[in-house]
Design a protein around this ligand. Structure first.
Ligand SMILES: [Zn+2]
Length: 388
């Protein structure tokens, strides 16, 4: 499907009925087609199957020509002989293609071809991600490649598996306030001949199921919400969590930064307003209710990059866990680490407090990947440092 396509137009183009298209594709609602959706064209529409009697309509799918595409380029992209494409589409091998032009392709090739190109042999992209959650992409290559990734316009970083340099993976962090829709993941690398190759996949993002709350601030703390102060402090923490350490520094699921007896008082992702103002913000971390003085420990192995008193976040510690993953620990009553210090899982970072913009003693634990705040509890509940 390209923008503006309707089933009626597609049916006309291939000389089949709309009903046949609906039936062949199992469409529940023919009025709800998405751009990029792949449709099966029923057999009546196949231009020429004489050369390949084994191929039925159900084995065929439609792909779209990209700007500048040739049949030869598409054949190469999907690992098909050029004759298969010329025969299936009743086109000469030098036929001019227009961007978006539908072309028939053996379904098996489209499925496999969409997930490999050039020296990239397989790409595992998640079908569906949730707001505020973290997914992963795993890429198998024929030879060591310097892979580049772009997820929703954000550069992401690949790292090879420790025991297999031909398998690389990267995190796909999903912003919590991003609208549920389809977003693009692009994988690229520079081929031996200097050509930049790339392939793009849509990844659906669904609702995270977050609630809303209104926070009332004591008058003296409310005065801290000076935009200039917030901005200056934000720039400082963003600078702290922006560098990407090329490899992961921990291997197990995260442990909790405070004991199990300290319950969640405010989960990640809750939509927020202060003193009844508009909901333009969300809770970027996970709050544990704990009295002042309870020890806070590092959930994994990492390196401390910031440890100092801040106005809004109070006494703050930021730890680098590698591959763009950082955790912040806010509102501490005491800081027990210094920047540059290596910490192991369970090492004490400081004590729970009520410093900064806080309405009572608690630990605010925040996880950032490439600066995107994601649910830290997912890293406790799932082995996100491990790729099977
Ligand atoms: Zn919090």
């Amino acid at each position: 499907m390209v923008a503006g396509d309707t089933l009626g137009e597609i049916a006309t183009r291939y000389g089949v009925s709309v009903e046949a298209l609906v039936a062949a594709n199992g469409l529940l609602d023919p009025n709800q087609l998405e751009v990029g959706q792949v449709l099966v064209i029923p057999s009546a529409a196949l231009p020429d199957q004489a050369d390949d009697p084994g191929l039925t309509a159900a084995d065929t799918t439609v792909v779209r020509a990209r700007p500048g595409d040739t049949l030869a380029a598409i054949a190469a992209r999907y690992g098909q002989p050029l004759e298969t494409l010329t025969s299936l589409n009743a086109l000469g091998d030098s036929a001019r293609l227009f961007p978006g032009q539908p072309l028939l392709l053996p379904r098996a090739a489209a499925t496999a071809g969409a997930l490999r190109f050039g020296a990239v042999q397989a790409v595992q992209v998640p079908d569906l991600l949730r707001q505020g959650r973290t997914g992963r992409v795993v890429v198998q290559t024929k030879r060591p490649l310097e892979l580049r990734g772009l997820w929703n316009d954000l550069p992401i970083h690949f790292t090879p598996l420790p025991d297999d340099p031909l398998r690389q993976w990267a995190y796909l962090p999903v912003p919590a306030l991003i609208a549920p829709s389809s977003y693009w993941f692009t994988l690229s690398y520079t081929a031996a001949n200097g050509l930049a190759l790339h392939q793009t996949w849509p990844v659906a993002v669904g609702e995270g199921g977050y609630l809303s709350e209104i926070l009332a601030l004591p008058p003296d703390r409310g005065a801290l919400l000076d935009p200039a102060l917030i901005q200056a402090e934000l720039e400082k923490v963003v600078a702290a969590w922006s560098p990407v350490t090329p490899q992961l520094l921990w291997t197990h699921p995260f442990s909790r930064p405070v004991g199990l007896e300290y319950e969640t008082t405010s989960p990640f992702g809750t939509r927020r307003s202060y003193d009844g103002g508009p909901i333009s913000d969300y809770h970027a971390g996970q709050d544990f209710g704990a009295p002042e003085g309870v020890p806070i420990v590092s959930p994994g192995d990492g390196v401390v990059v910031l440890a100092e008193p801040l106005t809004v976040r109070g006494n703050a510690v930021i730890v680098d866990y590698g591959l763009g993953v950082y955790a912040g620990f806010w509102h501490l009553s005491e800081i027990d680490v210094t920047p540059g210090q290596t910490v192991k899982t369970g090492d004490r970072l400081g004590l729970v407090g009520n410093t900064g913009l806080s309405t009572g003693a608690h630990l605010h634990w925040e996880l950032r990947i490439y600066g995107v705040a994601v649910d830290p509890m997912q890293f406790v509940e799932e082995p996100l440092a491990y790729v099977p």
